[in-house]
Ligand binder design. Structure first.
Ligand SMILES: [Ca+2]
Ligand SMILES: [Ca+2]
Length: 126
């Protein structure tokens, strides 16, 4: 019995580490599109699921939207750059490669357009 309790405690500790480690890759992943963040939305006009990032993301496949267990990859339709200095480039492939689209500092796109809809897989600040 003591061994089982010990294993359960280890599992809880591991889960805690994961919960803390994930946001560190893109701080401020907190569901609020605040100043200095790049926000992505599943539907046009900033509707549907959303997520907010202050850092670069190399693979949307590693991330769910903040409000749902729905993966970001190849589903973004609208974006908002709330950065005050830096532009953001969205890429159609992971690791900042493939077709790309810039969204300037302070700018937003209520619909990224047919060529890019549901295709982004990473983004980078410049
Ligand atoms: Ca979409
Ligand atoms: Ca893609």
């Amino acid at each position: 019995m003591k061994r089982i309790i010990s294993l359960a405690a280890t599992a809880v500790a591991a889960a805690g580490l994961v919960a803390i480690a994930a946001p560190a890759n893109a701080a401020n992943y907190d569901g609020s599109c605040g100043p200095g963040e790049f926000c992505v939305y599943a539907d046009q006009n900033f509707n549907g699921h959303w997520a907010d990032f202050s850092g670069d993301v190399y693979n949307y496949g590693d991330w769910n939207y903040w409000d749902a267990y729905v993966n970001l990859n190849d589903s973004v339709t609208a974006v908002k750059n709330r950065g005050t200095w830096y532009d953001v480039t969205s890429y159609q492939d992971a690791n900042h490669s493939g077709g790309w689209l810039d969204t300037l500092s302070g700018d937003s796109r209520s619909n990224v357009g047919a060529s890019y809809n549901d295709s982004f897989s990473s983004h980078k600040w410049w």
